[in-house]
Every structure is written in structure tokens, then in C-alpha cells.
Design a protein around this ligand. Structure first.
Ligand code: 13P
Length: 340
């Protein structure tokens, strides 16, 4: 393990003004995205769509790294250039999702546990050869219906730590992603309490598994109420509670925090990040690692037609730029409304 190299990559991933594009949707998740724009979910369509993003060099200025899926890290652009090369040419870092989804953990109140540890020590060096310098593993925590159970919480935190430990052994920066879902009716204070519990356990397990915090990036949820909660929260409340929760749980040795968007509306995900960076006074960089909130507008604009490529790239550029500004606390609604 080369901790200096890991730390350099982690720092680059959270460079102020830039953040991470989560383009690691599995083939099944891509089907949902393609269905939404009435496009057939073929390998070529997935390639064409992702290629247009990686070739949008002005948008990629705001993208420090791209999380890829196994298919994509091996794919070539139409002209034969590996997609990984396009990302590198844009001065961005290729990364790879290495978890294999989740299954139910039996006897644990319906909690899920993430799969993918078996054989990970064989896959990581291959991904490094293919160009990946960081990886992602997502643990899913449902904060409703009496969940999570302690069993579910510990199993997920332990798996995250096993994954992170292996990544560092192979000189790959682990993105540690414990996601407390926001689809339910949980209020914001319940999200706070569950997220706090999850993060405490995750950092304990990272310590037990000898993970070096200087060489990770944390990808948490923000402290938001569930979508079905009786009361939604203001941007200020989300920003203040998220910072408070993270300060109570995340050691300052961690270089940066890159939030998931988790189903927040595009603009709200940007507003929350910007407000947190305006408030400041925390020891880490704070940026984005958005999937849906960075791509939804571009997918709509593209709709599977090559003549829409430039429009899709403009839509992607606009969201990437807005989120880049948010990572500096410099986003505002006037800039948002300016034509992409
Ligand atoms: P969202 O921003 O759409 O939540 O996706 C980020 C991600 O990588 C989830 O694992």
C-alpha cells in the first residue's frame, strides 16, 4: 500500500470546484433510466450516452472523477478509443463500482447487506490495470419500519471496512458509501439519528480493519427527511443538520466528503451543497458524487438521438457547472437560471 499515492488521489477527487460523476448504473438500473426516455437499453446505446458525457470537455472541467460500471470500464468509444482514455484526457480520474448489489440479511428485520467481497482481491488488480484509481461500494440502510437492526448495521459497516481495506492494499482509493435512504416517511431528525449511528459504526469498523482514513473518500447521504415525511425541511435546516451530524462522526483525517443525491431534485441537491460550503467551518472538502442529479437533464435532452448530442452535452455542462460552483459555496439561483 502506498498511502501517499492514495492520499493524492483522494485529495484530487475532492478538488474544490470539482466533484464526482456517478455513471456506474448497473445494466438493470440503466434499463430504468432508458425506459424513462423511451430508449432501448442496448450496449451501444449505453455506450453512446456515456461517450457523449465523457467527450463534453467543458463539463468535465467540473468532474474530478467518474465512477464506472464493469461493462463501461472495458468499453470503447465509436472511434475505438477506450472510454477510460476519454476520461483521462479530460484530466479526470476513472473509478469503478465493485459491489454486486444487495441481498436480504436473514433474521434482520428485512435489512439488506451488500454483496461482492468474494473474489474482490482478484478483481481489484484487474481494475487497476484497466485504469481505475478509486472504487465504490454502497451499503443501503432503510430508516423506516423499525430498521435498521443492529445486525444489519454491523454487517454493512463491516463489509464496507473489508472492502476499503482490500482497495487500499491494491492502491485503489475506496469511496465508502453508507446510504440512508430517503424514500420513506422518516422525519429529518430520525434521518439524523440513524445516519449518526451508521457513521459511528462505519468509522469504528474502518479502524478495526486498519483502513487509513487519509486514503478514503466518504460518500454519505445528506440529512434530509424522507420524501413521504409530513414536514419537508428548508435548505438551511438540511445544511446545518448535515454539517452537525458529520462533525460528530467523521474524523478530520478524511480528506473529503462527496455526497450522493439519493433522489433529491437536481436543483435542491445543488442548493444544499452550496449552502453547506457557504457555512463552512469544517475540516474536510465537501463536494458531490451525484448520479441522478447530474444526469437526469442530459438524459432527457438526449432521448437516444444522435442529433441531440450537443443539447445533451449542454444540459450536462450546466448541471456540472452548477454543482462545481456549489462545491465552492458560489451557486445561486440567478446563475441557475442562465441558459445552459
Ligand atoms: P445518486 O446521486 O443518484 O443517488 O447516485 C449516486 C450513487 O452513486 C449511488 O450509489
Amino acid at each position: 500500500m502506498n498511502l501517499d499515492a492514495l492520499n493524492k488521489v483522494a485529495e484530487a477527487m475532492v478538488t474544490p470546484g470539482r466533484g464526482i460523476l456517478a455513471a456506474d448504473e448497473s445494466t438493470g438500473t440503466m434499463k430504468k433510466r432508458m425506459d424513462a426516455i423511451s430508449v432501448e437499453n442496448t450496449e451501444d446505446n449505453r455506450r453512446d450516452y456515456r461517450e457523449l458525457m465523457f467527450r463534453a470537455t467543458d463539463a468535465m472541467e467540473y468532474v474530478s472523477g467518474v465512477i464506472l460500471y464493469d461493462e463501461t470500464i472495458r468499453q470503447k468509444a465509436k472511434d475505438g478509443t477506450p472510454l477510460v482514455k476519454l476520461i483521462e484526457q479530460a484530466n479526470s480520474i476513472p473509478g469503478i463500482k465493485v459491489d454486486e448489489g444487495a441481498r436480504e440479511l436473514l433474521g434482520a428485520r428485512g435489512d439488506l447487506v451488500t454483496k461482492g467481497l468474494d473474489g474482490l482481491d482478484k478483481r481489484l488488480p484487474e481494475y487497476y490495470e484497466l485504469g481505475a484509481r478509486f472504487a465504490k461500494w454502497r451499503a443501503i440502510i432503510d430508516p423506516t419500519k423499525g430498521r435498521p437492526s443492529y445486525a444489519g448495521l454491523v454487517a454493512n459497516a463491516h463489509a464496507l471496512a473489508r472492502y476499503a481495506n482490500l482497495c487500499q492494499e491494491f492502491d485503489i482509493v475506496p469511496i465508502v458509501e453508507p446510504e440512508v435512504l430517503m424514500d420513506g416517511d422518516n422525519d429529518i431528525d430520525h434521518t439524523f439519528a440513524v445516519t449518526e449511528w451508521v457513521l459511528k459504526e462505519v468509522f469504528q469498523q474502518l479502524y478495526y480493519l486498519n483502513v487509513k482514513l487519509e486514503g478514503i473518500v466518504l460518500k454519505p447521504n445528506m440529512i434530509v427527511p424522507g420524501k413521504k415525511a409530513a414536514r419537508q425541511a428548508s435548505v438551511d435546516e438540511v445544511a446545518e443538520k448535515t454539517i452537525r451530524c458529520l462533525k460528530a462522526c467523521v474524523p478530520s483525517a478524511v480528506p473529503g466528503i462527496a455526497y450522493l443525491s439519493g433522489g433529491q431534485a437536481d436543483e435542491l441537491a445543488t442548493a444544499h451543497l452550496s449552502r453547506m460550503n457557504q457555512i463552512g467551518n469544517f475540516p474536510w472538502k465537501m463536494t458531490f458524487s451525484y448520479g441522478r442529479a447530474l444526469q437526469a437533464a442530459a438524459q432527457q435532452a438526449w432521448s437516444g438521438k444522435s442529433e441531440n448530442t450537443a443539447a445533451a452535452q449542454r444540459a450536462f455542462m450546466h448541471r456540472a457547472r452548477m454543482n462545481g460552483l456549489a462545491s465552492l459555496g458560489k451557486w445561486n439561483e440567478t446563475l441557475e437560471k442562465q441558459a445552459a
